[in-house]
Design a protein around this ligand. Structure first.
Ligand code: LMR
Length: 394
């Protein structure tokens, strides 16, 4: 049986992680996988996470199963963080999932369970695991224009034109903030247009929000998601705590579905819990419990929010520094988009050959589509990257 297996296409982000590890050069720079690193190159455990974990070790008296949906207190706390006042009381189904990817996978399965013929629309480009999972599930797909290669901003006209083709019941994956891989984001007015368009067509927004707090702040980053929820009768939201709580390996995500009416809540919640059961039974609890403790304790929450804000401002500073270093070298604002982008990533707009040259000649690792992880930089490596970009002729 196993002899029938053929090699699976490698995930390009994970393949890059491996290539970086194998490079013996001491000055190599990892701008690949989306993991936050501080100025010394470490991915620290956040202070509030450490404190909550210490408390948990003391207080936890059982590790018996939770429920299929995870702890309802976690769903309450995280849905409040993401949805705020837009949380549709009495209409929100939610289940804990293994990370944001788990939430996306479960959300897609929910769509397929409800309407197997629904098309799943994805931005071009998008996080490579979106099309990989959708393809694996055998769901019909469509893509909409998103990135303008010339301005390195959003091709909003193209996006609207393409999304005009959505049919009622189609699902449209939207990055709630900090678009991955481009770093280019919609303005709130543009979000309004998209929300109205989807509402008009009867399409179902599927918001992937994995970087809340990394762009313009915890509240600002959630505004688009909230606006969408207030514009449509039903929506799906996949949230991740990997990045904003720095608990990557704890696999802490939440799938939310806004039912069109209170009457549909029970069956929606039941379907989501059942999909959890079929795929992995009970969702992981440790990260979820830590997040719940932080969000429901004023002191821990304030400390977490303050540290997250430091992380965000640090990344903004690196964006500015890189844009300035490039302005100094090329004598124009051609790379000003790097300071305007938000979140962990920017798409540089380099060719695959230029990306390869930067890796070969300067030990700079970025994803082949020229996505770079801003958080992989520090004050010392910004000028090295700027030199590499110029030398590669980007
Ligand atoms: C990324 O885009 O680099 C992260 O979301 C990590 C991953 O799983 O790909």
């Amino acid at each position: 049986m196993l002899t029938a297996l053929t090699p699976q296409a490698p995930d390009k982000i994970l393949a890059l992680m491996a290539a970086f590890r194998e490079d013996p050069r001491p000055g190599k720079i990892d701008l690949g996988v989306g993991v936050y690193k501080d100025a010394s190159g470490l991915t620290p455990v956040m202070r509030a996470v450490k404190a909550a974990e210490r408390q948990l070790v003391e207080e936890q008296d059982t590790k018996a199963y939770t429920g299929l949906a995870g702890d309802p207190a976690y769903a309450d706390a995280l849905s409040d963080l993401v949805l705020g006042d837009a949380r549709p009381e009495g209409r929100l189904a939610a289940v804990a999932t293994p990370g944001g990817t788990g939430a996306i996978r479960q959300g897609l399965e929910l769509i397929r369970l409800a309407t197997p013929e629904a098309r799943v629309w994805m931005s071009n480009p998008t996080w490579p695991n979106h099309p990989a999972i959708v393809g694996y599930l055998g769901m019909p797909t469509a893509s909409y224009r998103y990135f303008d290669d010339d301005t390195r901003g959003v091709d909003f006209d193209g996006m609207v034109e393409d999304l005009a083709g959505v049919a009622a019941g189609d699902a449209v994956i939207l990055h709630g903030c900090c678009h991955n891989p481009t770093g280019a984001n919609l303005t709130l007015d543009q979000w309004r247009t998209i929300a109205d368009l989807l509402a008009d067509r009867g399409a179902v927004p599927f918001v992937d929000i994995a970087y809340q707090g990394f762009g313009d702040g915890l509240e600002a980053d959630a505004e688009a998601t909230r606006l969408i929820l207030q514009s449509v009768p039903e929506a799906i939201i996949a949230a991740s705590c990997s990045k904003n709580f720095g608990i990557y390996r704890e696999r802490t995500g939440l799938l939310m579905a806004m039912a069109p009416s209170a009457d549909h809540l029970k069956v929606t919640q039941g379907a989501m819990a059942s999909l959890n059961r079929l795929n992995f039974s009970f969702p992981p609890d440790h990260g979820a419990r830590v997040v719940t403790m932080i969000l429901t304790d004023d002191t821990l929450r304030a400390d977490w929010a303050a540290e997250l804000e430091e992380v965000r401002l640090g990344m903004l500073g690196l964006r500015e520094a890189l844009a300035t270093a490039l302005r100094d070298r090329v004598g124009s604002d051609r790379f000003g988009f790097l300071a305007a982008h938000r979140g962990m990533f920017s798409r540089l707009g380099a060719t695959p050959e230029q990306v390869e040259a930067m890796r070969r000649d300067h030990g700079v690792y970025m994803v082949g589509d020229s996505r770079l992880n801003i958080a992989g930089l520090n004050a010392q490596t910004v000028p090295i990257l700027a030199d590499a970009i110029v030398a590669a002729g980007v």
